[in-house]
Design a protein around this ligand. Structure first.
Ligand code: BES
Ligand code: MN
Ligand code: ZN
Length: 491
């Protein structure tokens, strides 16, 4: 666990095992290179401040600074060093920081007063998120201290109360994101639906959320045919996790859902071995909503938030649902299951219909829903689709501020007909092209008139390469966006 703090101490006086300082591209080496007495090191290492350059300088005997070592981080041109760049620069330094323990940094100081709080939050987030590791399954402990504390240096001219609140947000967000990453990184055999539900219940007790777990009998009685249909082939029965946070008086709640397919084999429409390799991550949407609820419960904004998270394991077996089967979703809409690998929409349909029946102000769902969305937008960008362009715009803006990029795809009307079924109300696949959009059209059926946006996170939920903010594996996207969106709504 990392401790987060801010301080108005000078960089020279800041006590830590490591001081992280930015270096801009341009004729002037700095800021702070001269003051730290590191001009000779800067020149000898031929630094230019280009993004991605790192130089670790151990403390010389005659050092004018108190820290045990300095890490100079190239951040590019000063004009482009915005809050997003600060977060990423901090994240890129986190791997080195893990060797040191107590870390302090001047990375937020170039921000203007107007962006001070966002800058402090981003830098603390970057270090906390970049330092995450998933070690539960390693038999030998790492020989690193990890990042034990992060102190973000701030200006005396900044609003101290806002800076403190920013540090608290970063602390809460890093905890929520890392907790969600742990859930996603956990192998599917160790986290079937009931175990995911147990983790949610434990979290809810810890932070004071109301929690109800629907078991398979209750789902049967309630008419949740999608969650049950997808789970039918598995020996691990499905669950639905219902969470509620109420601090918003009588106002209509914001409603959240997330795809919780704890493993996606494809079912009888089985995937290839390659296609299955990362499918323990198919509950990344569920984990992102659980993480969001955890953070909201700790930040306590004046707003009501409810969540319904469907969890099923999609397996082929003698009891599995078959292509051509018709299932009945919560609320009565029927769907023809022509491909059992298009399962996420089937379980989300029940949860979205259930949420819509509670008269929420809006619904947002997150899901590792389609390979097609990855083809459209690549691995780094979330696809946003829905029935309310203003809501989509607000979410995309929150994503930009949080450093989680999103792009809207159109719910183009003519494509609705692609999911017309010959035997049921709708079918669960469209044609070959436009798969992210036909999947969204399927979900739209269940949101009805409620303003709703679907976030397809098939790309960004998981990273094969690692990013500045995340080692290889689960990323926790889009928790920081959703929390920001909810805090903005409450304010
Ligand atoms: N979980 C997958 C989508 C996915 C694929 C996420 C790759 C991350 C990486 C989803 O359940 C799925 O299998 N979708 C199918 C839908 C198709 C059968 C209409 C797909 O995208 O191929
Ligand atoms: Mn699938
Ligand atoms: Zn899936």
């Amino acid at each position: 666990m990392t401790d987060f703090a801010s301080s108005t101490t000078t960089p020279l006086a800041a006590e830590a095992d490591l001081l992280i300082a930015p270096v801009f591209e341009g004729p002037e080496p700095g800021p702070g290179v001269r003051e730290l007495g590191l001009l000779a090191a800067y020149e000898a290492a031929k630094l230019t401040g280009k993004k991605g350059q790192h130089l670790l300088v151990p403390r010389p005997a005659d050092a004018t600074f108190a820290a045990g070592a300095v890490l100079l981080v190239g951040v590019g041109a000063k004009a482009s060093f915005d809050v997003t760049a600060m977060r990423r620069a901090a994240g890129s330094a986190a791997g080195t920081a893990r060797r040191f323990g107590r870390v302090t940094t001047t990375l937020a100081l170039p921000a203007g007063a107007r962006h001070a709080a966002d800058a402090v939050q981003a830098v603390a987030e970057g270090l906390g998120l970049g330092a995450y590791r998933f070690d539960r399954y390693r038999s030998k402990p790492r020989e690193e201290r990890g990042v034990t504390s992060v102190t973000v240096l701030s200006s005396e001219r900044w609003d101290a109360k806002q800076v403190r609140a920013a540090i608290q947000r970063a602390d809460v967000l890093v905890d929520a994101v890392c907790w969600a990453r742990d859930l996603v990184n956990t192998p599917a055999s160790d986290l079937p639906p009931a175990a995911l539900a147990d983790a949610a219940r434990e979290m809810a007790e810890e932070v004071g959320l109301t929690c109800r777990i629907w078991d398979e009998t209750e789902l049967e009685d309630g008419g949740f045919g999608g969650i049950l249909g997808v789970g039918r082939g598995s020996v691990h029965p499905p669950r639905m996790i219902e969470l509620s946070y109420r601090r918003g008086g009588r106002s209509a709640p914001l409603a959240l859902s997330g795809k919780g397919v704890t493993f996606d084999s494809g079912g009888l429409s089985i995937k290839t071995a390659d296609g299955m390799e990362s499918m323990k991550d198919d509950m990344g949407g569920a984990a992102s909503i659980l993480g969001t609820m955890k953070a909201i419960a700790r930040l306590k904004p004046k707003v009501n938030v409810i969540a319904a998270i469907p969890a099923s394991e999609n397996m082929p077996s003698g009891s599995a649902q078959k292509p051509g089967d018709v299932i009945r979703h919560y609320g009565g809409t029927t769907s023809e299951v022509l491909n059992t690998d298009a399962e996420g929409r089937l379980i989300l349909a029940d949860a979205i219909a259930y949420l819509a029946s509670q008269d929420p102000a809006l619904i947002v769902d997150t899901a590792t829903l389609t390979g097609a969305c990855m083809v459209a937008l690549g691995t780094d960008i979330t696809g946003a689709m829905g029935n309310d362009d203003r809501l989509a715009r607000d979410l995309i803006a929150a994503g930009a501020a949080a450093g989680e990029p999103m792009w809207q795809l159109p719910l183009f009307h003519d494509y609705r007909a692609l999911i017309d079924s010959n035997v049921a109300d709708i079918k669960n696949i469209g044609k070959r092209y436009g798969g992210a959009i036909t999947a969204a059209w399927f979900l739209a059926e269940f949101a009805g008139e409620t303003p709703w946006v679907h976030l397809d996170i098939a790309g960004p939920a998981f990273t094969d390469q690692g990013t500045d903010l995340s080692p290889k594996g689960a990323t926790g996207v889009p928790i920081r966006t959703l929390v920001r969106f909810i805090l903005d709504r409450a304010a």
